[in-house]
Design a protein around this ligand. Structure first.
Ligand code: UD1
Length: 366
């Protein structure tokens, strides 16, 4: 059986790793990795291959950045040649980035079976490019692997046949479980390299921030408001903010080039380094999807700067809270977390480090 895995952007790499590992345990499976090149900077791509123990991509489409149409269409054109030539038994696509939907569409037209890992998530907000990618990918996929039961419900409601849907759990958590000890081993080096008090780092008396959604960073007024509140929050607790390239450009345009008092802008971090910080942080402020899940697993309070989430289980069961773009709400919630201390929450079913194995079992049974 030949399986082609498709990855393109940073959050895909943590998802493909456990599936490849699980499939490697079975003889008779040949695996190829195709990197679309949607993300290409070393600290957005290569470092993840190294830390996650992924093999170098067999194929790199070198698509790079561009408008949605450009990126999606270029992935389609370049991947079509590779897929038509190799005709794998299964193509696996991950998450909700432009590369995911582009390749799913190519496979559907070529009559190649495609499986979607992390299927069924819905924010019900079609202004998010990822929501369009999720809806279309799930309509096209022959097999849909969901991380939580809400995913199954969404898919059934959209008319997807029940026998295509498999609740396997969260592959991102597989990677987290496997690499937590490695993140610990990295900690001594990381604490030396960050421009933050060692005591603050060791005691976890800091907030960790990531922001990259177009809805938060592309509009200068919105971004300026968010940064203004972060500066206020930094008076109460130092903030470490690894800055995504999209956000870096926007901050640069607003004249934020260096640290403001106790608000530390740093370059994007590699997986183990970010995990080490996440695990220790007093709280996380983010607009990322994956980080909402990771903080739920780690039981770290998470405030999500979005109006909605495609991962509602992180709210109903986990440590996540939506604050939208209401900056008073963000500030109040930070105060509450700092005064209240530990949060509850529980780890959702099947977020147990074995989702990759379940996916491999289903694929082999087919
Ligand atoms: C993409 C995904 C988003 C995901 C995010 C994770 C889509 C629609 N969006 O958003 O779902 O949460 O990745 O990071 O697929 N850039 C670099 N170096 C890189 C990559 C990008 O400098 O290696 C810059 C480019 O200027 C580019 C911008 O970042 O224009 C945005 O990159 P892009 O891939 O278009 O979208 P992301 O915001 O990264």
């Amino acid at each position: 059986m030949q399986i082609l895995h498709v990855v393109g952007a940073r959050p895909n790499f943590m998802k493909v790793a456990p599936v490849m590992r699980a499939l490697r345990a079975h003889s008779g499976v040949q695996q190829l990795v195709m990197h679309t090149g949607q993300h290409y900077d070393a600290n957005m791509s290569e470092v993840f291959f190294d830390q996650l123990g992924l093999p170098r991509p067999d194929i790199n489409l070198n698509v790079g950045s561009g408008s949605h149409a450009y990126q999606t269409a270029t992935v389609m054109l370049r991947s079509e040649e590779v897929i038509a030539e190799n005709r794998p038994d299964w193509v696996l696509v991950y998450g909700d980035v432009n590369s995911t939907v582009a390749v799913a569409l190519v496979c559907a037209k070529l009559g190649i079976r495609v499986a979607h890992v992390e299927a069924g998530l819905r924010s019900f907000d079609r202004t998010m490019p990822e929501e369009i990618n999720r809806l279309l990918t799930d309509q096209l996929a022959d097999l849909l692997f969901t991380p939580s039961a809400d995913g199954d419900e969404n898919l059934l409601r959209e008319g997807i046949a029940a026998d295509k849907i498999h609740l396997v759990g969260n592959v991102m958590i597989d990677t987290l479980v496997r690499l937590l000890p490695h993140a610990e081993a990295r900690w001594p080096e990381l604490r030396q390299s960050l421009p933050v008090d060692r005591e603050v780092l060791d005691q976890g008396t800091f907030a960790l921030v990531t922001l990259h959604r177009p809805s938060n960073v592309d509009d200068p007024v919105t971004l300026r408001n968010i940064v203004a509140v972060l500066q206020e929050i930094a008076q109460d607790i130092p903030i470490i903010f690894p800055v995504h390239p999209r956000t870096r450009q926007r901050l640069h345009n607003l004249g934020f080039n260096s640290h403001r008092s106790r608000l530390y802008f740093v370059d994007p971090l590699a997986y183990l380094e970010f995990l080490g910080l996440q695990q220790r942080a007093a709280l996380v402020i983010t607009d990322s999807g994956g980080i909402q899940e990771e903080t739920t697993f780690l039981r770290v309070p998470c405030l999500t700067v979005r109006e909605n989430t495609e991962r509602p289980i992180t709210i109903t069961q986990g440590t996540n809270r939506l604050v939208g773009l209401n900056m008073d709400c963000l500030r109040d919630n930070v105060e509450q977390i700092l005064s209240r201390g530990a949060v509850g929450g529980s780890v959702p079913p099947f977020w147990d480090g074995r989702a990759g194995e379940r996916i491999a079992d289903v694929l082999l049974a087919r």
